[in-house]
Design a protein around this ligand. Structure first.
Ligand code: CA
Length: 330
């Protein structure tokens, strides 16, 4: 775990900035409005150990922010970006997110075998000229679905482990809580999934007074010491559920940050059901239950919470976040 965190620091060290009209310059760029600029990036600095094949292509994620990129030098939509080999040949890449006011960008860059040799580099250009070189389809062409899921998602928990600790990089226990003392809830436990589903699942047994807004919940801390995690690039949360009552799924931002959440609600069924929750499926901000909407919490999510009311049981299985990777949760 400690080695992986050192990787985060080396990412910055691996960036070398230079302008095309000069020899390499480290530190801030010196380009003017009319001077095309570029940054040479060491492949080893953008591939964590868990994404480091040597004999088949992979896809690297570049996280750009104010510490490693001058957003004022690029277009508002990132359409002036290009990625090439050191010889200038184009490399397929895609812009996952680009927010110049927030100074956040996330790119995915395809790395062929020949770019996986130790010491290999590629070049990120920002040119003040419009390009159409971003090609999400070419980025992933020929890469098996299993590898793509490995690179592009995080298993929160499959509940097949020996205890209630999650599968997250900084594993934490699934905890329980209630709205008040009128609600009873047992500790979440691993049980046979049943209902035609193999393996084990998490069960939360609860009881709430009828016709009230009182609730029980189980939840998980996403990052170490509840550090706020940037989930802006999240494509979806996928989870299998069954049980009874009403289920609310919340992405929380909890103290010491100012509290807020983004959530959505479903009615549980006694049969296993696959839920796919995308950011656009979450309720718009209305202040109810501290719901401030996805855009307000997406950069600072601390907890993932499952709240239930009006029934007796919640079962969860195979909780997975798509569109992020484990580096986002460290
Ligand atoms: Ca399971």
């Amino acid at each position: 775990m400690r080695d992986l965190r050192i990787y985060g620091a080396s990412l910055l060290a691996g960036f070398v900035v230079f302008s095309c009209s000069e020899e390499r310059i480290t530190g801030n760029t010196t380009q003017t409005e009319n001077t095309a600029s570029a940054r040479s990036i060491l492949v080893d600095s953008v591939l964590p150990p868990w994404n480091r094949p040597y004999w088949f292509p992979t896809v690297a994620t570049l996280r750009l922010d104010s510490t490693n990129f001058d957003f004022s030098a690029s277009d508002s939509d990132g359409m002036d970006l290009a990625v090439t080999r050191e010889n200038g040949d184009s490399i397929p890449f895609s812009i996952v997110t680009w927010d110049r006011p927030a100074r956040q960008g996330r790119l995915q860059v395809r790395l062929e075998n020949s770019l996986l040799a130790p010491g290999a580099r590629f070049v990120l250009h920002w040119t003040k000229m419009r390009h159409k070189r971003s090609d999400p389809i070419a980025v992933w062409r020929g890469i098996p679905d299993s590898q793509r899921m490995f690179i592009g998602s995080v298993l929160v928990d499959d509940f097949e482990g020996p205890n209630n600790m999650s599968r997250l990089p900084d594993s934490a226990f699934w905890y329980k809580a209630t709205s008040d003392s009128f609600v009873t809830v047992a500790d979440p436990v691993h049980v046979a999934a049943g209902g035609g589903r193999k393996g084990t699942a998490l069960r939360l047994n609860y009881k709430t007074p009828a016709n009230t807004y009182k609730y029980a919940l189980t939840g998980i801390v996403l990052g170490p010491q509840a550090r706020p995690c940037n989930l802006r690039s999240m494509d979806s949360l996928v989870v299998w559920v069954k049980g009874s009552g009403k289920l609310s799924i919340a992405f929380d931002r909890l103290p010491p940050q100012s509290p807020g959440k983004s959530w959505t609600h479903r009615t549980l069924d006694t049969a296993w059901t696959r839920l796919r929750i995308r950011p656009q499926d979450l309720d718009t901000a209305d202040g109810i239950g501290a719901n401030i909407g996805w855009n307000a919490v997406r950069d600072q999510v601390t907890h993932l919470t499952f709240l239930v009311s009006g029934g007796t049981d919640l079962y969860l299985d195979d909780v997975r976040l798509y569109g992020i990777d484990v580096e986002d949760l460290k």
